[in-house]
Design a protein around this ligand. Structure first.
Ligand SMILES: C[S@@+](CC[C@H](N)C(=O)[O-])C[C@H]1O[C@@H](n2cnc3c(N)ncnc32)[C@H](O)[C@@H]1O
Length: 288
């Protein structure tokens, strides 16, 4: 029979051996997941005994973590913007830097609503749905918004999250290649599309490269193929309203190429960038 403290010691040493960077925290999260308790409860009950079934499940999870499987897939959820989202291997794991984009979108939507306008917003490449669902939760006065993805598997995960956060009546899921299937003209576009280059594969962490969907990560050799097609199609599609706002997460070396492209597509537009917590240009804002 194993106690909580013994299980945590086993987990920590197993993950240290495997070279995992935060072994103790990972062991606590995995054991907490198996026992369905939070970390504080684990720490407060070191002598509590695990059942044989709990120990078996814990050892299985440790094995998977040891091989590099991301913690969020092992426990089936990830926090984003203070909300808890279901995730599995069909979607990218939400990243904290995407909160910048969501904060900017919420600010714009609230300002328009305060002025008596009701914007039509679409999130392109929605994955687990974190962007539109967070906006819907934070701005209850927005009647509806669109969330699209080319991956029907990702849309199934987004549907689970819409239900989890009770916004399934307001977030309209659309299976679409970029803007093609969106049914009406738009005021605001948000997008965190794949922007990693296949040239950068060797600098990606093995957890990311080995487990997250490549459709959500890669876009051509320099990560720009889909972003460029997105802007060109947005310009030609006639689906953007006159003073539409586009908010996109971008890669850290993409600013110059995108400025060049945007100045050709929309010479009159305002193009600004915001840096992430690491100091990289991460959020691109285009106002037409
Ligand atoms: C980087 S992930 C972002 C997921 C989510 N928005 C987030 O921020 O966590 C990119 C998403 O774009 C989707 N995607 C890739 N190509 C696409 C395309 N041509 N049209 C629409 N979505 C696409 C992928 O399936 C994936 O879900």
């Amino acid at each position: 029979m194993t106690t909580i403290i013994e299980a945590l010691e086993l987990g920590t040493s197993t993950l240290i051996e495997a070279g995992q960077p935060v072994p103790r925290l990972d062991a606590q999260v995995l054991l907490g997941h198996v026992l369905q308790v939070d970390r504080a409860t684990l720490i407060a009950s070191p002598g509590l005994l695990l059942t044989a079934e709990q120990e078996r499940q814990y050892r299985l999870l440790l094995e998977r973590r040891k091989r590099g499987e991301p913690l969020a897939y092992l426990v089936g959820h990830k926090e984003f913007f203070g909300l808890d989202f279901y995730v599995d291997k069909r979607v990218l794991i939400p990243r904290p830097e995407t909160e910048l984009l969501v904060e900017a979108a919420i600010k714009i939507v609230r300002a328009l609503l305060a002025n008596g306008l009701t914007p039509v917003l679409a999130d392109i490449g929605t994955g687990s749905g974190i962007i539109p669902i967070t906006i819907a939760v934070q701005v209850p006065g927005l009647p509806y918004l669109y969330a699209s993805d080319i991956s029907s598997e990702a849309l199934e995960v987004a549907r689970i999250n819409c239900q989890r956060h009770s916004v399934e009546q307001r977030v309209r899921l659309v299976h679409s290649d970029l803007l093609s299937a969106l049914p009406e003209p738009l005021d605001i576009l948000t997008a965190n599309l794949p922007y990693v280059g296949t040239d950068e594969k060797e600098i990606l962490a093995p957890d990311v490269l080995g487990y997250e969907p490549h459709l959500a990560l890669f876009s051509g050799t320099q990560g720009l193929d889909l972003l460029e097609r997105f802007f060109k199609e947005a310009q030609q599609s006639g689906k953007l309203k006159e003073h539409a706002v586009l908010l996109l997460e971008i890669g850290y070396q993409q600013r110059e190429r995108l400025v060049h492209l945007l100045s050709n597509l929309w010479p009159q537009s305002s193009v600004t960038f915001e840096k992430d917590y690491a100091g990289w240009d991460r959020l691109l804002k285009v106002v037409l």
